[in-house]
Design a protein around this ligand. Sequence first.
Ligand SMILES: *Cc1c(COP(=O)(O)O)cnc(C)c1O
Length: 406
Amino acid sequence: MTDRIHLSTEQARGLIEKYGSPLYVYDEGILRRRCREVRALSAYPCFRVNYSAKANTNIELLKIIRTEGLQVDAMSPGEILAEEAAGFAPEEIFFVPNNVSLEEMRFAADRGIMVSVDSLSQLEQYGGSGLPRRIAFRLNPGIGAGHGAKVITGGKSKFGIERNQVGRVREIAARFGLRIVGINQHIGSLFLKDEDYLAAAEVLFETARKFPELEFVDLGGGLGVPYRNEPRLDMEALGARLSGLITDFTGAYPRENIGVVVEPGRYITAECGVLLGTVHSVKENYGETYVGTDIGFNVLMRPVLYDSWHDIRFFSSPEGGGDLRKITVTGNICESGDILARDRELPLPRPGDIIGVENAGAYGYSMTSNYNSRLRPAEVLIDRAGGDRLIRRRDTYAELLRPPAP
Ligand SMILES: *Cc1c(COP(=O)(O)O)cnc(C)c1O
């Protein structure tokens, strides 16, 4: 069962009238519940949760996540700036990029932010620079997990330093006088069974024993949410097994108070978001029923990029809708692949009805684009008292047509 925003047809219509369509809507209560659940995974005093902000970088959401005691990771200078704007201090930000330039590493290091390198090549570049000598590296433990090849990052992928090159990390660090103070990994995104995550955690702990100066180890994210009513990830079981591994590792590790970090993105923000849009046309073409909406893949990319499933509902008045029909829901982008949901059994909506796309809070807005010269949508927060407020305005045509030089 997913934890979902409950909007009535009247509320959905009211939000669209007030803020325009399409529209991302987030629920503060659900967001806070997810933060607390992840923080409760382990009682180890130096256990920390880094929210992986690429899932949703909205500054108002980052501020809420910060008040829940989470820290953050960043993939780019832009994410660092968003996190600083939300109030995170340099020591609460972890820069874990992939294939960045030395200038980008310097951008982070100059601000006092811990940098993780993703290859021996980058470790050498960093070592040869005058940047601070404390550094972390990303291990590729050779184990992957996730919902598809595009998001499995452990094993054969471009990420991290493979296990049998860890000796070289120590050599290079020694040559440049670098201190390896952190090891991190991230094996992929969206698992609902924790075996691979825990197996990879064991590999990380084993590797960490070879580095006596560590201040933290970071097990990565990837915790899944049910998009299709699958059973939820069993957080209690994961927490219990994880805590066991943490106790074994920290008990034997030479340095006291070593930090143990998990780094979820999707798990924190997916369920708190629903994407609202408007039905513009309903038609039959060669035996298929197409429902055309304003939610193109410039607004929600996951179905097109990953063949992802998102539950869909229509807000029709009067509520309830008619008989179920097999329909294909599409967007307004000029590509035949612009399909939000194929062959769904749903009540046939009418033009003007509102559509809701569930579980849209992670990798939704953060992957939007201006393709077809469309404006990226606005974002709205529903607070715990039920009030709504704009937390990012829609793009404007002036932004789209900005002059080539200032
Ligand atoms: C994307 C990413 C995460 C978060 O992944 P989720 O599947 O959203 O939990 C964590 N760590 C790193 C290094 C990442 O790139």
